[in-house]
Design a protein around this ligand. Structure first.
Ligand code: SF4
Length: 419
């Protein structure tokens, strides 16, 4: 089937805007819709949405780029772009089990810019602004405040923390949306991170390719490539994969920047196997790899958007075996209170003994897998390989210049993605 990536049609909402302004990412950010009145001037709201907008005033920001607003369906309340952008009254209600910091990040913040929860990786909070404000945002305690870019000193502290912690080999730069930093500032931060010898992997979490794809220009791609960074995007519905979004992702990929996608499972917006499958097929068509399907976090005001865990498992069951393995993401639950990420999947293992393991396949048929006679899985060559690789590493470090220039990457790209 030929997959179409239609251009966003802005004629109904923004007929007066020139092509040049429309495709200017700064114009898009300057014209973000941030109030009920501004939204209503462009878009026909339902009574419930008006109520939602009034009730959530002061709880969490409204923010929709004109580009993303033009994707909203005025004729249907359940349009997934509309529901991700305009609050419902339920968002103002907090249940006793809901948390303002559902992932327990704040008590793992040794310095303001760093969340250090896992042994070998950290989250670097580069700023607290976003291109849009998603109704399902679980980091709203940070992104919902008055916006301030993290100042130079806070950034420098974050970089120093990583420099002082040799166990950190993976840095996820997020926020907020790091793509809202100027290319120069982002490039400088990435350069400093890349110059730290023990940092192997740099990832950037961003929703910009979804909500303001014009931001992805050649200079940004060059800065990301120079830093050997991965980009992790956040497409939740195939409707968001427009020609503009496709072009943004392709600019990144063609420029040598690998792109992965994380989807949040949102009740009644994308909570069906058909939608997730189509989203992932479209992503793969443009060489973006579907990576995580996230179970909603237990965050304040988001009960109405969360799915039962079983719904995600059933979606996975309808994907596994029925489509390419690359189109089947990991279903991840980020445990409340900082318990960390776990992945779940349908159970295919029926029983296990020393003699055989019994499986059910994707069609529900039973198959027996005979176990080998020997069970020793230690790897005799491990020690040899480790010693040789440590020697090579030590001699490379000894001959490297004292501090590598930020614009001259010296390490190979590592194709490793972790939580
Ligand atoms: S882009 Fe990410 S951090 Fe920003 S509002 Fe959306 S979900 Fe939250």
């Amino acid at each position: 089937m030929l997959l179409r990536f239609p251009e966003v049609d802005r004629r109904a909402l923004y007929p007066e805007v020139s092509d040049g302004s429309w495709r200017d990412w700064r114009w898009q950010q300057r014209n973000v819709i941030a109030t009920l009145e501004a939204l209503e001037a462009r878009f026909p709201l339902s009574e419930v949405e008006r109520l939602g907008l009034r009730r959530t005033r002061g709880i969490f920001k409204l923010g929709i780029t004109p580009y993303y607003a033009a994707l909203m369906d005025p004729a249907h309340d359940w349009c997934p772009v509309r529901r991700q952008s305009i609050p419902l009254p339920a968002e103002a209600e907090t249940r006793p089990e809901e948390l303002s910091d559902p992932l327990g990040e704040d008590h793992n913040r040794p310095v303001p810019a760093i969340v250090h929860k896992y042994p070998d990786r950290v989250l670097f909070l580069a700023l607290d602004r976003c291109s849009v404000y998603c109704r399902h945002c679980t980091r709203r305690r940070l992104t919902g405040q008055e916006t301030t870019d993290l100042d130079k000193q806070t950034m420098a502290e974050g970089v120093s923390y990583i420099r002082a912690h040799p166990e950190v080999r993976d840095v996820l730069v997020s926020g907020g949306d790091p793509f809202l930093l100027s290319t120069e500032r982002l490039g400088q931060l990435l350069g400093e991170l890349r110059a730290i010898p023990h940092v192997e992997l740099i990832r950037i979490g961003t929703r910009v390719p979804v909500c303001n794809p014009f931001r992805v220009d050649e200079a940004l791609v060059r800065a990301l490539r120079t830093a050997e960074a991965f980009v992790v995007t956040h497409f939740n519905h195939p409707k968001e994969l427009t020609a503009e979004a496709r072009d943004a992702c392709e600019r990144l990929i063609d420029g040598g920047v690998p792109v992965e996608n994380q989807t949040v499972l949102l009740r009644r917006l994308n909570s069906s196997a058909r939608i997730i499958k189509e989203l992932n097929h479209r992503l793969l068509r443009i060489r973006v790899r579907p990576y995580y399907l996230h179970q909603g976090d237990v965050a304040e005001g988001l009960d109405h958007l969360r799915t039962p865990v079983q719904a995600g498992i059933e979606i996975l069951q309808q994907l596994r075996g029925h489509t390419s393995g690359l189109a089947v993401p990991h279903l991840a639950v980020d445990l409340p209170d900082g318990g960390g990420k776990v992945t779940v999947q349908p159970t295919y293992l029926v029983s296990q003994s020393a003699k055989e393991s019994v499986f059910r396949n994707y069609k529900g048929e039973i198959y027996r897998y005979p176990e080998p006679l020997e069970g020793d899985c230690s790897v005799p060559y491990d020690e040899v390989y480790r010693a040789a690789s440590e020697t090579a590493q030590a001699s490379a470090s000894a001959s490297a210049p004292a501090s590598a220039p930020a614009s001259a990457p010296t390490r190979p790209l590592l194709n490793v993605i972790t939580g």
